[in-house]
Unconditional design. Sequence first.
Length: 529
Amino acid sequence: MRVLAAVNGQINTMDPDEPLVEALLAVEGTIALTGTTTEIQDAAARHQGVETLDLAGRCVLPGFIDSHIHFVSYGLNLERVELTGAASLDVVRERVRSAAQAAGRNEWVLGWGWDHSLWPVPRFPNFAALDDVSGDTPVALRRKDGHMTWLNGVAIRVAGITQDSLDPPGGRIGRDGSGAPDGLLFENAQQLVQRVIPEVTAAQAERAARRAQEELHRFGITGIHVPEAPLSFAALQALDAAGHLALRTTMMLTYDGLDAALESSLQSGFGGAFLRVGPVKIFGDGSLGSETAAMLAPFKGSRDNTGILTVPKDEIERAVERAARGGLACAIHAIGDRANRVVLDAFEATRHVWQPRGLRQRIEHVQVLHPDDLPRLSQLGVIASMQPIHATQDMDLVDRLWGDRGRYAYAFRSLKESGAVLAFGSDAPVETPDPLAGLYAAVTRRRTDGRPSSGWYPEECLPALDIIRAYTTGAAYAASLERISGSLTPGRWADFVVLSSNPLTDPPESILSTHVSHTVVNGSVVFSA
């Protein structure tokens, strides 16, 4: 029998009836008892082979649950050209040059994370900026938000993209003044190159998943919600079958796989302790940085760019209803205020179908809302699945592209006060998966360099307790697991994180120096510093 006694700590249970205890006892991965250190030690004495974890007065929280992480992609990107934070076009070019020189014959250079808004001249690049550093090697670089791919000339030719190529539904081919492709593919147009890039193998996906799991344990993450393709689902199933999956995983199904899921009678919630079927993921629009988010009014500085609805409004409504009739919830990506309104309208029009079935519908990102739509999430019972780190990382872009509409961008407090359930995550690899970075962003609305000193729209800051709930109990609720996950009380899974300081009582700036000392999943220590 596997028994863990965690003693001498400040264990924040997230249970309002008993919010703070000194110790807990976990038996076979489930919390059997909480109480004082003496009580737990006495109870542990009745068991053989007890492992004792001396918390030494440190803060314990339920394990963080990342409600939106591209898990296998995160692992794969650890092995690709890293462009996150590249402060200039020249930095990108040098990294591509090095990768192209090391690439073998017929290999592609793949990269992730470039962000033109960080460059001294924040304008979109083109294929010519890559051609003289990449030679004959095809190059495809995904922007940090995943909504745009930047190609060199070789990749354009390999993909067969020409001046005569038509924009696909829900996508756009970037073009120069003559109409020729300029090397940028927006939204669904990215499929034009994805179909010619060598596919990731099952072995590569499994290796990436293992590496990603190790990284997430270092951040105190014990659960994840994953919006990825079937290859990732297969990799997670392989890890689970081998007994190596140590993250409570809710797997979102792809929209293009909805028919197959319905034919197979898959339903949200099906699965075991470490891998379960979640909602169907649907893309409603594009992104802020790619200027493809669907907006009610044009982007600032544009007369006619209101973004892209990647799935038409009536189709979203039909998809939600079809999924609901088959027992599947939906998680719909919506960035712009128009996209969020369209999604809310779809949920409202189909509420008579999904609400009686107890399905937990959610909007992924909820990045900007029209004030009239803000209370609707609570009214409809729709979960706001949000990523706090986006608020501070994107604030300059919001000011530049959305202007005053930024008042209701990343509206954490307003949504919380309206009664909406918040479930927080990272959107990694778009941003760091570190929940402490998200916690700091939501508490202060400041970047780690202290900017802006008063916080960006500080009226949307949240207390640390509410933020931690969104990473724990709120995330568990979003997966319909609140009765067994997200809090540290008897009968719940023994998944928790031990921190070097206490974000609930220490000044917000202390979060920047806080680190994870232990991560425990299913009553076993999976990481220790």
